[in-house]
Ligand binder design. Sequence first.
Ligand code: ADP
Ligand code: MG
Length: 336
Amino acid sequence: MLELKGVTVTFDGTRAVDAVDLSVKDGDVLAVLGPSGCGKSTLLRAVAGLEPLVDGSIAWEGQDLAGTPTHRRGFALMFQDGQLFDHLTVARNVGYAQRLRGLSRAAVRAEVDDLLTLVGLEGYADRLPRTLSGGERQRVALARSLAARPRLLLLDEPLSALDAGLRGRLATDLRRILTESGTTALMVTHDQAEAFAVADRLAVMRAGKIVQEGATTQVWGAPVDGDTALFLGYSRVLEGAAAAALLDLAGAPVPPGAAVAVRSSAVQVGPGDGRGGVVRDFQLTPDGSRVVVAVDGVGDLAGVGAPGWAPVPGDVAAVRVDRRGLAVIPDAQAHR
Ligand code: ADP
Ligand code: MG
């Protein structure tokens, strides 16, 4: 188990990583999710032993790693641009660590074949990296990282360089691969979908600090404050009378003083009047449509349009809000 306590890294007196406490249990995958520049890579480099700590400690199985150099930590680090050896075949890239361990040719080949199967690249052994797509290159990089049999795999935005559709598919594969190989992993990313798809647990990082940590579904459904909600993909955070009006629309009880975060997927907009709004904007999206409606007492809300419905601005619409897509933030003061 990896355990970080009060980990702090500074650059010219500025705290890039600020008193971070985190732990990753054996076999777990933890994603640290935060915007660009919040200190994710620095945190990962500190765990790898590539950045000195000014305060705090990093331990593995209870043993402090302060005196352990990078190459003796038994961790592997994988970046967004896999960093393959371009002149070596896929098999030789993947088998690099085993050859260093002095395994026989046949043993290396057998392990490489297993790893290529694991990452879905059977038959690719003799290809050169430049003949591969971006997604295939990242699979090779992952197989190579796993070949070193790391006690801990550190992943720095492993899928960010890929286009959206491929990123989604590979995220699902990455989760399966980490689970099947029983790998303990710490991933950092700015991409919410990637974090949700890959990790069991999520830590939200902002300006060097961890602001929330928990099971992925728990963090997704109960962000700790307004900024975190917006970062996690909620479309708006409402307070006061607007929050009460929205909760009323959703048929949910109204705790006093609460702020409410709403996801656009919870707002269903269709033709008709009833409990309604006025369409402000309509847009087709790859998986349906997005409608912005002005709702009395609430203001503008983004929602999902009924299938086949194509309103124009000014049309009256019926609005339904699914309370399961709302998050009540108990202390409104926590918003900013
Ligand atoms: P992220 O990976 O979340 O985008 P980084 O960890 O790369 O963020 O950077 C966090 C902050 O530390 C940024 O403000 C960045 O400019 C700064 N920083 C990172 N590395 C260095 C360095 N080697 N020297 C000075 N400042 C750095
Ligand atoms: Mg980074």
